[in-house]
Design a protein. Structure first.
Length: 87
């Protein structure tokens, strides 16, 4: 049984996906332009922003990743879903 999720869940998940897209694109760009200081700064800003929004998301809805990237409180919440790929 999947619990009902608020619209903010989907908005925040979409924001995470958008930031991941930016980071992938900047990574590809930097692979061919490793001396572009502006792109490096943008990458670092987005990487920091991603950590912030991931922590915020996980504090509200539970872990995004099971394999050591997310912490658990005293209640193991990984199996409670919905998992990000289920929405």
């Amino acid at each position: 049984m999947t619990r009902s999720l608020p619209p903010e869940y989907y908005q925040e998940l979409e924001e995470l996906q958008a930031v991941d897209f930016v980071l992938v694109e900047l990574t590809l760009y930097l692979d061919t332009h490793p001396d572009d200081a502006n792109a490096i700064n943008q990458f670092n800003q987005y990487a920091q922003y991603k950590k912030q929004i991931e922590a915020n998301f996980e504090s509200k809805y539970g872990p995004l990743f099971q394999y050591g990237n997310s912490y658990s409180d005293e209640n193991w919440g990984w199996g409670k879903g919905p998992w990000p790929w289920q929405v």
